[in-house]
Design a protein around this ligand. Structure first.
Ligand SMILES: [Zn+2]
Length: 314
């Protein structure tokens, strides 16, 4: 693949509190604001507490999940008196950091999340974006304290629903395990290290460094699995099986246990071999998801370099 040259990433947003009870991002953003971090080399940094009312209430959201509000359809729908708070706030954020899909949008948006699942550090990426793939490769090569993985969502930009899709390039940092409303130093440090490495990469890129292409592994969702339920009451009748619990990204084979019913029976995985993740994520009970199942894919990407305005290309 040929080397691809990109203009500098001069406007960057670091966001947390998109889900108000995911504390790493809340404290990371507050700390950066306290220290008045607004510059990384030549790039300007904006720090944003995305859902302040949910943060105050220490809840995932007030009216609805804001991280499902950033589709073109929802962002362009008119507000009414009965519009949910998160839809109003999504429009504000889109005005501040977007508009999504436009030249005015920030160059890079990093949105910090926590999961109650044992997923280590994951970057969630939309489609194939050479910038975010290079950041992923860089973080992965430098971080030794935890596994670093990528989850690729194959969704066209207009339908992309999460906050990071507002930036020209963007990714979510999903780090766990951490209970909702709790801040753990080990998880906080993973987030801090990933944000610092992103800034380090950005400054090298903006000063004209080249980065070798290559390939990385990523996970792409095949399907989601719900808990076993009572057909009349719809209540769940089982918990994640102890042999599956905390084994995110460990290949699940046909016949492997997935659930243990409250009456003591083991439910087994059926179908093809796939990789489970977001196992027993607290926020997904209401979404009727016990875990997702993914395929592992390989993504190839070219060498890239940043060039300054003085290169004369732009
Ligand atoms: Zn979240």
């Amino acid at each position: 693949m040929e080397r691809v040259s990109f203009p500098p990433l001069s406007r960057v947003a670091i966001c947390g509190g998109t889900h108000g009870n995911e504390m790493s991002g809340v404290y990371m953003v507050r700390e950066m604001q306290k220290r008045k971090v607004d510059q990384a080399g030549s790039a300007s940094i904006t720090t944003v507490l995305s859902n302040p009312r949910a943060v105050d209430a220490c809840r995932r959201y007030i009216d609805q999940d804001i991280n499902r509000c950033f589709t073109d359809a929802l962002l362009s729908a008119p507000l009414t008196d009965s519009s949910p708070y998160e839809l109003r706030r999504a429009k504000e954020l889109n005005a501040q950091l977007g508009p999504k899909g436009s030249q005015e949008a920030v160059d890079l948006l990093c949105d910090i999340h926590n999961t109650t699942s044992n997923m280590g550090l994951c970057l969630i990426l939309y489609s194939v974006d050479y910038i975010t793939l290079h950041i992923y490769k860089y973080i992965q090569s430098k971080m030794t304290s935890t596994p670093v993985r990528a989850i690729q969502l194959d969704i066209p930009l207009p339908e992309a629903y999460s906050f990071e899709s507002v930036g020209k390039h963007g990714f979510a940092l999903e780090v766990g395990p951490q209970p909702n409303g709790v801040v753990r130093a080990d998880i906080y440090n993973m987030v801090k290290e990933a944000v610092d490495l992103t800034m380090e990469w950005l400054q090298a890129f903006n000063s004209g460094s080249s980065f070798e292409g290559g390939e990385v592994e990523a996970y792409t969702t095949e399907r989601s699995v719900d808990y076993p339920r009572d057909p009349t009451t719809n209540e769940i009748t089982a918990a994640i099986h102890p042999q599956l619990q905390d084994n995110d990204f460990k290949l699940l084979r046909p016949g492997d246990p997935t659930f243990l019913t409250f009456s003591g029976e083991t439910v087994k995985h059926e179908g093809e071999e796939l990789y489970p993740f977001f196992i027993n994520e607290c926020a997904y009970y209401e979404k009727k998801i016990a875990f997702h199942l993914a395929k592992k894919i390989t993504l190839n990407f070219p060498s890239i370099s940043g060039h300054s305005v003085s290169d004369g290309h732009f």
